[in-house]
Design a protein around this ligand. Structure first.
Ligand code: GN1
Ligand code: MG
Length: 360
């Protein structure tokens, strides 16, 4: 039984609590995550890392523990009380490491569950967009003095456009005919945008955009909010690694400004909300204005375009590969996700002239 297994694994960590029950937290596409309820507070989040996707699990754990420790030190004076509500706290296993490796070769890690919070999948309110901007901006700001050379690149070339196109091209070669047919329009769309979508990468490679500590999965559901909608804590730091600020800015925009869920298949419901963009950008810039340079700031909207596109490209590639990467619930799931992202990008482009990037 899963509960026995989870209890066994949970007890391999130094938490001093008694296991009561578990609940699956099923929103992730890659790892398996469980809320572990205990007899006494706190509760915990136990996560099995997908080591097919994350090949260097130890590097991943080192990254996220180091970044949490760094942020904790920085916030110590601001939030003397309840610091653990603003930054993740990881728990050591009995071995002294921050992970436990089971007999199947799976790696697990444990953190304290931050209770009494909200997670938001679809934003309905400008204030939330603004709060999200402040929260993710603060994450970049607080880590801007951390030496990126100390971080492992947990998924090499994660947001590298040439790499993602290469994967797409090889999927085109091996995809089943039926899937190629179903995705004809999306394939053409991707092929037509190749040059535009490389602009940001070229700027990165030329050194015009600085390498920083980045989160790389800043979808809004990876932000915890208080019950009264104030940004509280950035979670899911598995993909923390060196990168450019633009993808963190953009991935939050991708999810905040979509009027529908990432996999909504009725494309009429997928509209880009430019007011949320501007509210998010305002909050974000308030926090990063002293750590990003003018060129970095100017390119932020391009970051949003590029990341929306790259997600569509990755979903499409996985569809062509018969769904080997993302968890899916039905055969067209990845194709629906890809269509959704491309629709979002088109809607965003129509509103590009309404963007406001003001620094106060
Ligand atoms: C994956 O598993 P989850 O939901 O945290 C993916 C992200 C995508 C996201 C799309 C390691 O994140 O890059 O943006 O799905 N993570 C990895 O929702 O590929
Ligand atoms: Mg993630």
């Amino acid at each position: 039984m899963l509960t026995d297994k989870l209890e066994y694994i949970f007890n391999k960590f130094q938490h001093g609590n008694e296991y009561k029950s578990y609940q699956e937290l099923a929103s992730g596409h890659i790892n398996d995550t469980y809320l572990i309820k205990t007899q006494t507070k706190p509760n915990f989040v136990l996560q099995r890392i997908n080591h097919t996707v994350f090949k260097d699990v130890k590097g991943l754990i080192n990254n996220k523990v180091a970044i949490s420790n760094h942020i904790r030190l920085k916030l110590k004076n601001t939030y003397a009380e309840a610091l653990e509500r603003h930054v993740l706290t990881f728990v050591k296993a009995a071995t002294g490491e921050y992970y436990f490796k089971d007999t199947d070769g799976d790696f697990w890690n444990l953190s304290i569950f931050i209770d009494n919070t909200l997670t938001i999948d679809t934003v309905k309110d400008e204030e939330v967009a603004y709060e999200g901007g402040k929260l993710f901006g603060e994450f970049l700001n607080l880590t801007s003095d951390f030496d990126v050379a100390k971080l492992t690149e947990v998924i090499p070339k994660f947001h590298d456009m040439s790499f993602r196109y290469a994967q797409f091209n090889s999927a085109l070669q091996s995809a089943p005919k039926e899937r190629l047919f179903m995705a004809t329009q999306e394939i053409d769309y991707v092929l037509g945008l190749k040059e535009d979508m490389h602009v940001l990468q070229n700027l990165k490679e030329s050194g015009e955009l600085k390498l920083r500590v980045t989160h790389n999965d800043t979808k809004i559901s990876n932000a915890l909010f208080t019950k009264d909608n104030k940004g509280l804590c950035v979670i899911d730091t598995d993909t923390v690694m060196p990168g450019i600020a633009h993808y963190d800015f953009g991935d939050a925009i991708r999810t905040i400004c979509n009027s529908a869920a990432e996999d909504e298949s009725n494309l009429d419901l997928v509209k880009f909300n430019i007011d949320y963009f501007n509210a998010y950008a305002k909050g974000f810039l308030e926090k990063v204005k002293d750590s990003l340079n003018a060129k970095e700031i100017e390119c932020l909207p391009l970051g949003a375009q590029t990341i929306i596109f790259i997600m569509g490209l990755r979903f499409l590639t996985d569809y062509l590969n018969n769904d080997v990467y993302y968890k899916t619930k039905y055969p067209q799931h990845n194709l629906d996700r890809a269509k959704n992202q491309f629709q979002l990008l088109k809607s965003f482009k129509e509103k590009y002239n309404q963007i406001k990037l003001e620094i106060n």
